[in-house]
Design a protein around this ligand. Sequence first.
Ligand code: NDP
Length: 315
Amino acid sequence: MSENIETTKCLIIGSGPAGYTAAIYAGRADLQPLVYEGLQPGGQLTTTTEVENFPGYPEGTQGPEMMEEFKKQAARFAGDIRFGMITDVDLSERPFKATADDGKTIVADTVIIATGASAKWLGIESEAEYNGYGVSACATCDGFFYKGKDVAIVGGGDTAAEEATYLAKLCNKVYLIHRRDELRASKAMQKKVFETPNIEIIWDHTTKEILGKTEGFSKAVTGAIIENVKTGEQKELTVDGFFVAIGHNPNTDLFKGKLDMEDTGYLITAPDSTKTSVEGVFACGDVQDHIYRQAVTAAGTGCMAAIEAERFLAS
Ligand code: NDP
């Protein structure tokens, strides 16, 4: 066989909590998994700072450090963890075939997809500058750091509504900034938002700039400049945290037309399982979960995917 063709019992695509956990379980089950980490090894957690809600870290930890630990643990058991992208897959017959950007063709008995999702961002310069320093796309992850403070959240869908009500329980005041004059969120979620006294909805506004300060090696958000889309009038909000909740894009372009997915692009898995529409292909983590999107749930489904791959091979 050419040196550019490799075989594996289990190819894992992606390397957030789901991919690395799948690697730990598949490795310990002697599947000698081959992991292609993707463009952002460690996934979305590498763009956060403090993580306090992952069990086992009583003092909390830093997202990037936690993912380094995940990787080290995965490397103890997984055959091979590589920095690189899978650029094409053929899932039409078994064994499956995948092409990697290092020129290799991987022939795999099972495939575990853990390519995650990417938060949508507003795309303004200051948002990137303060990302992880007051700008966040996950209120459940980072809301706690703004206890008793004033924060803003952008969006008008269910995520923004749900996260605004979550933040309202922790924070002094929550400004919900929406670009239109009605919310897209479900009526039930809208009702919750309207009935929460410390949420103030700022209709018809977009964010022009996120303001902040630099303190030594650290940075912090101090406010935002927002603009009324109807009048063009700008005003400044004073906030310590700025949350963006304008949706996520699952990283599933590679699987279009090859696996069943929802209209929104999330891979469809069987109930209580990580099985996709192709036997022997499993999906775990945010690529198949638009509801919970937590590191711990991603790790849980990563474990499920490896166990299901092992059982599939054994049958
Ligand atoms: P959605 O796509 O439903 O909503 C995104 C929101 O962000 C919209 O209000 C949109 O405005 C706004 N938006 C998009 N781009 C920009 C931008 N560049 N600048 C400013 N605002 C912007 O995403 P969600 O994450 O809220 O929800 C995704 C799916 O998950 C939905 O189907 C939702 O129902 C579901 N979900 C369900 C939950 C539940 O049942 N508990 C909880 C969370 C999500 P506009 O309205 O003008 O388009």
